[in-house]
Design a protein. Structure first.
Length: 441
């Protein structure tokens, strides 16, 4: 009889029973004497309303003080990066949009920029397509920060802000649905441009949102900033200074809340961000309060960017001119909203046989990408979102790997939590704004 190295076993009337354990739980508990040491080891998660997803925290407590914190991830692993190797380059957009599900436009844009760099067509992307990408990304940044504000408020006892944050996010999701046909997981930004143009009614909705949102931000601040419980739960809580951020590779609002104005839109611009007027908000304290202030300020800056992008929208194509690369983008949605209209299908079928064959091959096989590898990084709501893409010259990626800010930023949790109170673990973890779909992917 063989024995398992991973689980104990014993015989019962029902047969052999194995005891399955997870992580290094047994090792931690075995070294703890809760009576003499006055310590206790507890699980927070993976099913816990304050872990921003299926994140498991193993906390060693002495009273209410956290002596040691460990993060256990992988519960939401979906194998997206591996799946990309079995789909053509355009189909990859449908996969990557589902990683950080609160920032799908950023996942898509980073991927598209990487593929375009491999193809050597970065400078061929039309001005309208680039402007639409900026417009969509900044709207997505606002919606992501609103989810952070709403969920963090709820976790710290501010129930009203939870309702208000999601209420305003609905405006943005409605805009996304008008433009892309979907509220989330759009596959809208594709190599070569975007899937379809922005309709006029979406422009009207965005203008209405730009008028409404500044007043809502003022209401949020009136509700929270002067509230004594909110300030007590956020000021001087989960402090991580700029040295710690740099040492751990922390980026995004967490880094900027420690005083370093590092924003890839300014330091390593892409999509023409160097031609837009906006500031990079910072805060000197590096605590939960600072991260709250930075994210609210970033929403205001994103509103400015959205308005500038709207003013720059000029008539023109939204996909590159090269028909050997350009995925058919001039779509006409059917009356059911779920596919091409019959008129559009008839137009395709009515073209030359050569055009129809090429259209079929492009959709089924995809285009070939020259051999090589690139790394492209953009400023996502949670920090630096990087794509390392490798091509072997075929119609499918050889390898795609994401540098996901949620994964990297989670390293800061023990540094923030250890030595503090267990209640501050919730505030500190929430201030990182991790999305486990992006972390595990």
């Amino acid at each position: 009889m063989t024995t398992s190295n991973y689980a104990s076993e014993h015989e019962t009337d029902e047969g052999r029973v194995f005891t399955v354990t997870g992580g290094d739980w047994d090792t931690i508990v075995a070294g703890t004497d809760p009576i003499n040491d006055e310590r206790i080891v507890v699980n927070m998660g993976p099913q816990h309303p304050s872990t921003h997803g299926v994140l498991r925290l193993i906390l060693e407590l002495e009273g209410e003080t956290v002596r040691e914190a460990r993060s256990v991830i992988g519960y939401l692993h979906t194998g997206i990066e591996k799946n990309l190797e079995y789909r053509n380059w355009v189909q990859g957009s449908t996969f990557v949009t589902r990683m950080d599900y609160l920032a799908p436009i950023f996942n898509e844009t980073a991927y598209a920029l990487a593929v375009e760099k491999l193809l050597g067509i970065t400078d061929d992307i039309t001005e309208r397509a680039t402007t639409i990408r900026v417009l969509m990304m900044e709207l997505n940044r606002i919606s992501s920060h609103l989810v952070w504000l709403a969920t963090t408020g709820m976790e710290l006892g501010a129930i009203s802000i939870m309702l208000y944050g999601f209420r305003e996010r609905e405006y943005i999701l409605d805009i996304f649905e008008t433009i892309t046909g979907l509220r989330m997981n759009h596959a809208y930004v594709r190599p070569g441009g975007v899937a379809q143009d922005v309709p006029d009614d979406a422009i009207v909705k965005i203008r209405e949102f730009l008028k409404m949102m500044p007043k809502k931000l003022k209401e949020y601040e009136d509700l929270l900033s002067g509230q004594p419980i909110w300030t007590e739960r956020t000021k001087n809580v989960a402090v991580l200074d700029v040295t710690g951020c740099v040492a751990l590779g922390i980026t995004g609002p967490v880094l900027r809340s420690a005083g370093l104005a590092w924003d890839l839109r300014k330091t390593m611009p892409y999509c023409g961000y160097e031609t837009y007027e906006f500031d990079v908000p910072t805060h000197p304290d590096g605590d939960v309060w600072g991260r709250y202030q930075v994210r609210l300020a970033e929403i205001r800056e994103s509103l400015k960017l959205v308005e500038q992008a709207l003013d720059r929208l000029r008539p023109g194509p939204v996909m590159v001119a090269d028909r050997k690369i350009a995925w058919p983008a001039q779509l006409a949605i059917g009356v059911d909203g779920m596919g091409n209209s019959l008129e559009h299908v008839a137009k395709i079928m009515g073209q030359s046989m050569e055009s129809l064959i090429h259209h079929f091959k492009l959709v089924t096989e995809g285009f070939r990408v020259p051999p090589g590898q690139v790394y492209v990084a953009i400023e996502a709501p949670r920090g630096e979102l990087g794509v390392h893409a490798v091509s072997d010259g075929g119609t499918r990626p050889y390898r795609v790997h994401y540098r996901e800010p949620s994964f990297v930023n989670l390293q800061a949790l023990p540094a923030m939590a250890e030595g503090g109170l267990i209640a501050d673990v919730i505030a500190g973890g929430a201030s990182l704004d991790p999305v486990m779909g992006g972390c595990d992917r």
